[in-house]
Structures are given as C-alpha cells and as structure tokens.
Design a protein. Structure first.
Length: 281
C-alpha cells in the first residue's frame, strides 16, 4: 500500500517511519524541504505532489492549508486524513468556532461577539480588576486589569469581529477523539494540556461515556460528518472550580504532536490498518 504524507512542521515524519517499518511505500511531501531530507534513506521524498496524489491510496497530513490539494484529491478519490477546507476555516477563526459550537449545544464560558474592537469600551469601564480573554482569529489577549484591556483594545484591527470571553478558573484537560468521516472511533483519550511543553504524555482511555465528552466534543460529530472530515480532534476543556460544570475553551481539528502520536504508539493493531479504517470508514 502506498501512502502520501504531507508535513510542514515534521510532526508526521514519525508516522512515515513506522509505516515503512510495517512494509508500506511512503511518499513525503513538504514545502519545508529541510525537514524531509533527514529521512530520505527511510522514505521517498515526493518531487511531484500531483503524481504522488494519483499513486497513493490515501493522504495523511499534520497541518491544514493545502487549498490547492482538496479539489485535486477529491477528483482522484483520495481521502485526506487531518484536514479539509472547512476545518481549516474553523481552526483559524475563534468566532466561527464559537458560533458553530453554540448551534450544536456545546457549552462555552460566558461569551460576547463584537463586530469591532470599539464595542469593548463599556467593559473597560467595568472596574479595575477584570477576568476576560479577548480572542481574534487565533490570537489571545488575557486581560485581568482595566488598563490591560484598554491597551489590548487599541492593538486590535478595526472592522474585524472579536470574541470577549469570561476567563474560567478550574482544572484544564484535553480530550482527544478520532473521527472516520461517519462516526467517532472509540475510546476517547484524556491528556494534560502541558504535554507539548513537557514532552511527557500521559494518555488515559475513556472507559464509559461521561459529560467530559457527551456535552463537549461529541456534538461536533454532526458537523464533521457534513464536511467529510477524517482525523483527530482535540478539545481543550475547563472544569470550573467548585462545580462539575465543563466548558470548552477551544477545539483543534487536526493531527497534533505529541499526544496524538503517543496514542498511535499504543495501538495493538498496525498503524496502517488504523489509518486505512479512518480513510475509508
């Protein structure tokens, strides 16, 4: 079986090596050529992306933003694991993410959407000590004092939607799920939010359905099915102090290191079988 892997930050190169060890042909394509040269003796470096798309069985990527690829891959009936044009849009826009989540009944912290930064002026006057996060695109301004919010307001571009969200205090946890284009592939997994910084990943498989997934990540399945997404989804959750209320801080749709790949390392079946089941349902 021939598999095409697209990478920009090198996260998926470990997958390429493991797939080769399982006896498969692997082409790797990257806009950052220095990344893939390190493994050129293990896998093939694609010199022609469109030829590799035609020859592979399916495509795996650790990042989005392959806009020129989506239509071409669809023409050749090659599933892509890790991104779609619609998930690219959601990953880049916190306002669209919030609006979609509200339609699906997902609980976020107290949130207000403003059409322009000037809408923040009344909030600046609320008091000296505040607990708000300002989000635009994927940029975050943490504002716990009046002067910080006033400063942040004048850093924001004019005429763009912004999201003002109450900062929640509580226990943070990541829930990681896999979607095969039709349904969730169980179990879900839990990890600590600081796994990427520490490099130490502890994954806990969910044994029973709980509100950590039922009211947060699972409702997203309806939309993922509609956009034909296949791959991983990470939900960053906050369990509010003194309560059992769970809020979604943000989603990340795509294959991210290291927690996603740590879970893959624990597979009892070949990685290629797992990826093939994602690609073709």
């Amino acid at each position: 079986m021939k598999i095409l892997i697209l990478t920009r930050d090198g996260s998926a190169l470990g997958l390429a090596q493991r797939l080769v060890q399982e006896g498969h042909e692997v082409d790797v394509f990257s806009d950052t050529l220095t990344l893939v040269h390190t493994g050129s003796s293990i896998y093939e470096i694609s010199q022609n992306l469109w030829k590799s798309v035609q020859e592979c069985k399916f495509i795996v990527t650790d990042c989005g933003g392959w806009s020129s690829l989506y239509k071409r891959a669809s023409t050749y009936n090659k599933p892509i694991i890790g991104c779609t044009a619609m998930t690219d849009m959601l990953n880049e826009d916190c306002v669209k993410e919030y609006q979609l989540g509200k339609r699906l009944g997902i609980k976020f912290p107290e949130t207000t959407v403003y059409s322009d930064a000037q809408g923040l002026q009344p909030k600046v006057l609320e008091g000296t000590f505040l607990r708000y996060n300002i989000k635009i695109g994927r940029d975050l301004f943490v504002c716990t004092r009046q002067e910080w919010m006033a400063w942040a307001m004048y850093q924001l571009p004019i005429g763009e939607e912004i999201l003002l969200q109450r900062e929640m205090q509580g226990r943070e946890i990541n829930v990681i799920g896999w979607f095969n284009g039709l349904n969730w592939v169980r179990p879900f997994f839990y990890s600590t939010p600081d796994a990427k910084e520490t490099g130490a990943v502890a994954m806990l498989a969910q044994k029973t359905n709980t509100k950590l997934t039922a009211n947060t990540i699972e409702p997203l399945g309806k939309w993922l099915r509609a956009v034909d997404y296949k791959g991983a989804i990470t939900a960053h959750l906050i369990v509010e102090d003194g309560t059992d209320i769970v809020y979604v801080d943000k989603f990340n749709i795509g294959l991210t290191a290291p927690c996603i790949f740590a879970m893959m390392e624990g597979l009892k079946t070949p990685l290629s079988d797992f990826l093939n089941s994602l690609a073709f349902g």
